[in-house]
Design a protein around this ligand. Structure first.
Ligand SMILES: Nc1ncnc2c1ncn2[C@@H]1O[C@H](COP(=O)(O)OP(=O)(O)OP(=O)(O)O)[C@@H](O)[C@H]1O
Length: 359
């Protein structure tokens, strides 16, 4: 039996991209159709290599060919990704800027930002991590590059910083420009200009995602970045305690203000429960339960993940090798799932469909 490309395309028009709510052909997600005798092959171009729906889309494609072309066809579905962007003009080389933010300090924002960046990289994306937490830059320690000094290259008479590369990620931190342990008495305008330089005067190369670790709370940096750069969205990190949730709600409110207006991609609840190393299946809800979910519901955004409080997360951060790099640790999977959900929300936001997916 000889099938035709038209038959394949017609069949794939029956496959919906579940998030974008249109079929794969209309969304231009099908390329490279080859038909030879009984064999059919084609490539599906996903919106992110971290797509959590990859397996489902592949299965739906196979079923559609079976149903609308022939049950006998031998089908090869290749999956690849072209990360979408909304800001092609302003920052053509940085497709998506993702802010990681928290209402109060110490809730694990830098831990989440580091593991999120690495998880996106592990999924196949090109990733940078910008530590804009001027009051406590902790990314250099979490990546084991304390004291590193970025090289500077000169291009057309302009100086450009070269991010430090570690574990596959391009890193810049305000901490690279300070003596470790020394507090810098920043004032508003200095803060804004330092952060702008980290964006503008760096040679980031091509990035699918630039994860930005913000200082806690609300302030000058938030306004500078929101007004000066095309941000894809913000991830809010909170712990389950009421006091953290109240501050997180203030932070969420800030992103929704007219002057800022950054989409909230969702909430990450960190330190959701404690699991001792010797009893990893036991969960102790020492800070309360369900707070992250309640915050997500309050702002009508998805709960992107719940990360347990385990000593290994903290040890990994202290030794320069964030936990997601350890495939054998169960919490590594929680960070990978978080990255999938974040990438999914960015793709939905880029598509212009405004309703977030609540999993
Ligand atoms: N899930 C977790 N399990 C165990 N320890 C954690 C977890 N998340 C964060 N920590 C630890 O808690 C401390 C604070 O985390 P982190 O520096 O990421 O917080 P932060 O919100 O960025 O803080 P800051 O406000 O100082 O920027 C660190 O020692 C970190 O290793």
């Amino acid at each position: 039996m000889n099938y035709t490309k038209e038959q394949v395309l017609n069949a794939l028009k029956h496959v919906q991209e579940p998030d974008l709510k249109q079929d794969l052909v209309t969304l231009n997600m099908i390329e490279d159709i080859h038909v030879q005798g009984n064999k059919i092959s084609f490539t599906v171009i996903l919106t992110t290599p971290a797509c959590p729906l990859q397996a489902m889309i592949e299965k739906d494609c196979r079923n559609a060919i079976r149903e609308y072309v022939s049950p006998e066809a031998e089908v090869e579905v290749k999956m690849t990704a072209r990360v979408t962007t909304r800001n092609a003009n302003m920052f053509p080389n940085i497709k998506n800027i993702i802010i990681v933010s928290s209402g109060k300090g110490g809730v694990g924002k830098s831990t989440v930002a580091s593991n999120l960046a690495l998880a996106l990289y592990k999924k196949g994306a090109k990733v940078g991590l910008l530590d804009a937490d001027i009051y406590g830059p902790s990314i250099p320690m979490m990546f084991g590059v304390m004291g590193a000094r970025p090289d500077v290259k000169t291009e057309n008479g302009k100086h450009r910083m070269l991010p430090i590369e570690k574990h596959g990620i391009k890193l810049l931190s305000i901490g690279f420009f300070a003596t470790p342990g020394q507090a810098i008495p920043w004032r508003g305008p200095m803060v804004s200009s330092a952060v702008k330089q980290l964006f503008n005067d760096a040679d980031w190369g091509e990035l699918d995602y630039l994860v930005v670790d913000f200082p806690p709370g609300t302030g000058d940096i938030h306004i500078t970045v929101a007004q000066g750069f095309p941000v894809a969205g913000a991830v809010l990190v909170t712990t389950p305690q009421n006091v953290a949730l109240a501050d997180a709600a203030k932070g969420a409110g800030m992103f929704r203000m007219d002057a800022i207006n950054i989409p909230i991609l969702g909430v990450v609840e960190n330190m959701s429960w404690f699991s001792p190393a010797e009893l990893p299946d036991n969960k102790y809800y020492i800070f309360g339960k369900g707070g992250g979910k309640a915050l997500a519901e309050q702002f009508d955004v998805p709960l992107l993940g719940e990360i347990p409080l385990v000593k290994a997360v903290s040890d990994a951060g202290d030794t320069g090798s964030p936990l997601v790099l350890d495939d054998s640790h169960p919490v590594s999977g929680a960070f990978l799932e978080l990255a999938e959900r974040v990438a999914q929300q960015v793709a939905i936001s880029n598509s212009g469909i405004n309703e977030p997916v609540v999993n």
